[in-house]
Design a protein around this ligand. Structure first.
Ligand code: PLP
Length: 447
């Protein structure tokens, strides 16, 4: 019997989001610990994780302050929910802190265990509100093709990826508009401004066709993350926000990836100059040291939901670990580490180096474009640079590049035909060089 970690992992695990032929051929990387932005496997091999775990481990894998915050809270009060009229003191403090660092002058916070659950919670809030405000038809959710909002039934329905059809999703009433990716979706001879105007017209037309009073919200990531680190076309949010406002449709910013520093501002909506009605947060919220998500409601939704809740006597929703005190203690520390202990500053310092490195790699004849914002970016592989013709197959080329990187001790993510980089915020410029050198080597090897 093969008793290797790789064989044991394959025998005992049911894999999700994993290319099985590749796993069968290459084996599973089983990790035991980390140091700064590096992770180490059972064979003692070290990898620079340009993926930050899954966009979340921004403070690295051995941050003493985060571990200490967890230990102190485990010692004091290891767990409690946040309902039935009870919650931990840490939960109260975190809610106040989140509102303080949010773009809202006031608001309310609801906790979940993940970003998906936060998005499903948001949908239930909007549907609850629709019922309470005597608009039971206001249930449709608008998102975009290529968006990623999670895996639970509502969040998966919001997600604009074709793979969800294997589950018979999306659920009815979840509508996907065009992905605002100018390089890929722009017509020949269409300027970026004209493209943005077309996106805005599509939104207007959709609202007119469906009826504004049937639409509960428009939900968008400031930069699409799992869609392939796709920033919106220039002026996109400035064009769509007034349309949504005119029709009283809430704009929700899914900041699970962008929130708390990734784009170079505290929130992605700040990077793109729009004011959402609510923010969905997770990932950097605990720097990956605890599974946690949050719906941060701005003043209007907070007031209306509170009123609806008072009338109905309760909003019947919550998770056993909602507002878990250890998660809240870690989140309080993570927010401090990012905002006050130099991580956001480092994102800003590293961004020009990151952009330079990406631009250099994009000179490769098989890289069609580089795109990104702050410390997140993607390189899109193409068979023909002039015509932007993709390579055949869904993942093949990007998977080969990522696998070659892994062989050289660099973890990065193949997403469609692109390679996505979202390194931890603690990266040094030397580690940034290492990341680009290894990726350049992999490109030279694959092409
Ligand atoms: N929303 C966005 C923008 C995400 O990127 C993700 C996950 O990557 C989610 C929601 C879902 O979060 P989770 O995986 O914690 O359920």
């Amino acid at each position: 019997m093969d008793t290797s970690w790789e064989a044991r992992a394959e025998a005992a695990s049911f894999y999700g989001f994993t290319d099985l032929p590749s796993v069968h051929q290459r084996g599973t990387v089983v990790l035991t610990h980390g140091q700064g932005p590096y992770v180490v496997d059972t064979n003692g091999r070290r990898y620079l994780d340009a993926n930050s775990g899954l966009w979340n481990m921004v403070a690295g894998f051995d941050h003493p302050g985060l571990a200490a915050a967890a230990k102190a809270q485990y010692d004091r009060f290891p767990g409690y929910h946040a309902f039935f009229g009870r919650m931990s003191d840490q939960t109260v403090t975190l809610s106040e802190r989140l509102i303080e660092v949010s773009p809202f002058e006031r608001g309310r916070v609801f906790y979940t265990n993940s970003g998906s659950e936060a998005n499903d919670t948001l949908i239930k809030m909007l549907w609850f509100l629709a019922g309470a405000e005597d608009q039971p038809q206001r249930r449709k959710i608008l998102t975009r093709a290529n968006a990623y909002h999670g895996v639970t039934l509502g969040a998966a329905s919001m997600t604009g990826k074709p793979y969800n059809s294997v589950f018979g999703l999306p659920l009815p009433g979840f509508l996907h508009l065009t992905c605002p990716h100018y390089w890929r979706e722009g017509h020949a001879d269409e300027s970026e401004a004209a493209f943005t105007a077309r996106m805005a017209r599509e939104l207007e037309d959709t609202i007119a066709r469906e009826g504004a009073d049937t639409i509960a919200a428009f939900v968008a990531e400031p930069v699409m993350g799992a869609g392939g680190a796709i920033p919106p076309s220039a002026g996109y949010f400035q064009a769509i926000q007034p349309i949504l406002k005119k029709h009283s449709i809430p704009l929700i910013s899914d900041e699970v990836i962008c929130g708390l520093g990734r784009t170079g501002e505290v929130w992605g909506c700040e990077s793109y100059g729009f004011m959402p009605d609510a923010i969905i947060s997770s990932k950097v919220l605990t720097a990956g040291y605890f599974p946690m998500g949050a719906v941060i409601l701005g003043p209007d939704l907070a007031d209306r939901l509170q009123a609806a809740s008072e009338t109905a006597e309760e909003f019947p929703h919550g998770f056993t670990a909602s507002g878990h005190p250890v998660g809240c203690a870690i989140a309080l520390k993570a927010i401090d580490v990012v905002l006050n202990e130099g991580l956001l500053d480092n994102v800003r310092t590293l961004t020009p180096l990151f952009e330079e490195g990406m631009a250099r790699l994009a000179e490769h004849p098989n890289i069609g474009e580089w795109r990104g914002k702050g410390l997140m970016g993607a390189l899109e592989a193409v068979a023909d640079k002039d015509t932007k013709t993709p390579f055949p197959g869904h993942l093949s080329v990007s998977e080969r590049i990522a696998n070659t990187c892994t062989d050289h001790g660099l973890i990065c993510r193949p997403l469609g035909q692109s390679i996505v980089l979202c390194p931890p915020f603690i990266l040094t410029s030397g580690q940034m060089d290492e990341m680009f050198t290894k990726l350049q080597g992999a490109l030279n090897e694959v092409f």
